[in-house]
Design a protein around this ligand. Structure first.
Ligand code: C2E
Ligand code: CA
Ligand code: CA
Length: 591
């Protein structure tokens, strides 16, 4: 017999005595509960399969299965074990009471049931249950966005994995989403704005993962959650295949790419998504989350704003990176890290004016590891601080060595990462190192890349000015690859602009637009009192073009490859004046 209303609580009364059923219902009236009745264990489980009550009142003596047997079955089923049980006993011995508590009953009541006692016990169990629910849901909700958090995601994911492992027709997908410029926005506009942004991202995702989604067959199992920071994870319930999941990912990327208005600021960014399908035979939530995270990093590495489907080969890359990270910790500060030097020339007469120090890592087992692979790791892990200090010391020591050999070098140039610049006291460290090696400050040049400066230009200006005040030379490295326009050059106290190799590569008689661009850079730099160094010169034709546009200094394999400081004496380079081999292309250029 079932009664359905809109009461606050549902109670299942398991008792074969009709009179007691009716009495219980009447007693519980003041508590706004709906009662459902079962006369035996079988009826109870049929009712439980239909709907889960907030409380079960379970009689000890029943036809067929006893109350204790039913209690054991309830507690063995994870879906039912959470429902509180009040156990009703007759005049049984103490042992029954202690057995029912052992079996997991929350409370007991002695028959004949008296109204005040029943009310008090049911009320207290329901109240406890309500508090537990609240705790449960607080522990599973992200307070900023109101979305499920990591814990709830892991639980839901665990159920989805179990289902996929049982039912070969069931496939789900996981999207791991990271907002590409969150840190920059959070740092530059403040945390309140950062929080607003996260809320808006959550809203957009929520609105675009409505239950009517045609691609997802079982939207019940779709969970949008925030893991923390700017990481959101979407579990797509029942998706037929990877293509369907990919189309959801693309749609979400489109939605997130639209501008955000945050307290009057308009912010643009993209997101990166890693996608994993359940078919890879996962057994834990952590495994699948890890792979989705790896695929998300791959999406970032492929230029951001896209989604990447996980595949096993990505593991190898992560393992390798891990090894590099670990081994780099041991290598920094030892002779596994050493420097090579590439000359910076006067293009006009072939004279070497400076040397750029470039870090090399000779791994004990893996052999040489190029800086493009270990410098980014050093930057991410903070090891660059220690490594950078080692580089500065060695480069200055080498410079002193060259001076003893009477080399006419003006300076040694050292690459510096943003993290180094930002360490409080970096300027003081530079001053101390220069003094320790008995150098004039302008015998040291620090190279900072354009993109490092442009990520936060105002702060960069302050940091650079502090260094400039010491008297060291400053060079803007890789110019043309960042976002600065020519017009911001004058904000920064640079002595030198290094024109990136990607421009220099294009310099030939045919590519007049590049020639014109480099010409404009050179002119502007000279007007601002800065020198220009062209990087990556590989052909004589490039030298000719550079001479034609008045770029006076250069670097590149044609002129000199990086080599160990002790081995290579700058005099050797002086001999092969680049001008001697320059083809005459002046006619072509003016044409
Ligand atoms: P970078 O500062 O732009 O250095 C120039 C890179 O271009 C060097 O690569 C150099 O060997 C290479 N190169 C020079 N001439 C030519 C050429 O004609 N053709 C070609 N194809 N390449 C040429 P390397 O040594 O592999 O260094 C790569 C990057 O690693 C450097 O780029 C720099 O950003 C970073 N790096 C190297 N050493 C350090 C360091 O001590 N500290 C920091 N923070 N970064 C470093
Ligand atoms: Ca450089
Ligand atoms: Ca460069």
């Amino acid at each position: 017999m079932t009664r359905r209303g809109k009461a606050a609580h549902q109670v299942l009364v398991v008792d074969d005595d009709r009179t007691i059923q009716r009495l219980t219902e009447a007693f519980l009236k003041p508590l706004d509960v709906d009662c459902e009745f079962a006369g035996c264990g079988a009826e109870a489980f049929t009712s439980l399969a239909r709907r889960l009550p907030d409380l079960i009142l379970l009689d000890h003596e029943l036809p067929g299965e006893s109350g204790l047997e039913i209690l054991d079955r309830l507690k063995a089923d994870p879906a039912l074990a959470q429902i509180p049980v009040i156990y009703a006993t007759g005049t049984e011995k103490e042992t029954v009471i202690s057995r029912c508590f052992e079996a997991g009953a929350n409370d007991y009541i002695q028959k004949p049931i008296r109204r005040p006692e029943l009310l008090a016990r049911v009320q207290s169990v329901l109240e406890r249950q309500r508090m537990m629910r609240e705790l449960w849901s607080n522990a599973r909700t992200d307070s900023l966005t109101g979305l499920p958090n990591r814990l709830l995601l892991q639980e839901t994911l665990g159920r989805a994995i179990a289902r996929a492992n049982h039912d070969p027709r069931y496939h789900f997908a996981l999207l791991f989403l990271d907002f590409d410029r969150f840190k920059t926005i959070n740092d530059s506009l403040g945390h309140d704005i950062g929080d607003m942004l996260l809320q808006q991202i959550g809203e957009r995702l929520r609105a675009n993962l409505r239950s009517e989604d045609a691609i997802v067959r079982d939207s019940q199992l779709t969970t949008l959650s925030r893991l923390g920071g700017d990481e959101f994870v979407i579990l797509l319930g029942d998706v037929p295949d990877e293509a369907a999941a990919s189309s959801v990912a693309k749609r979400l990327l489109g939605v997130l790419n639209r501008p955000y208005t945050l307290a009057g600021n308009t912010v643009n960014s993209t997101a990166s998504i890693g996608l994993v399908c359940s078919d890879n035979g996962y057994s834990t939530a952590d495994e699948i989350l890890r792979d989705a995270d790896i695929a998300m990093y791959e999406a970032k590495a492929r230029g951001r704003g896209c989604h990447v489907v996980f595949d096993q080969s990505m593991h190898a890359a992560v393992v390798e990176r891990h090894r590099i990270e670990n081994d780099l910790r041991d290598a920094v500060g030892t002779d596994q890290i050493h420097l090579v030097y590439q000359p910076i020339f006067s293009i006009e007469d072939g004279g070497v004016i400076g040397m750029e120090a470039l870090a090399r890592w000779h791994h004990r087992e893996l052999g040489p590891i190029p800086p493009d692979r270990f410098i980014p790791v050093a930057e991410e892990t903070g090891l660059i601080i220690k490594l950078g200090e080692q580089v500065l010391h060695e480069a200055c020591a080498q410079f002193t060595q060259w001076r003893l050999q009477h080399q006419p070098l003006k300076y040694v140039s050292v690459n510096v990462s943003r993290a180094q610049l930002e360490v409080p006291g970096f300027a003081a460290l530079v001053r101390q190192i220069v003094a320790q090696h008995d150098m004039a400050p302008d015998e040291l040049q620090l190279e900072v890349t354009e993109s490092m400066i442009m990520s936060r230009p105002e702060e960069a200006v302050t940091l650079l000015q502090e260094l400039k005040a010491l008297g060291v030379r400053l060079a803007m490295d890789d110019f043309g690859t960042g976002y600065s326009s020519l017009s911001c050059l004058h904000y920064f106290p640079f002595d030198v602009i290094k024109i990136d190799r990607s421009f220099v590569q294009e310099l030939n008689g045919e590519r007049t637009e590049f020639v014109a661009l480099v010409h404009a850079i050179v002119n502007l730099a000279y007007n601002l009192g800065m020198d220009c160094v062209a990087e990556g010169i590989e052909t004589h034709e490039q030298v000719a073009v550079l001479l034609a546009v008045d770029c006076l200094y250069g670097q590149g394999y044609l002129l000199g490859r990086p080599a160990a400081g002790g081995e290579t004496c700058p005099d050797a380079w002086l001999a092969n004046s680049p001008r001697a081999n320059v083809p005459d292309i002046a006619g072509k250029l003016t044409a």
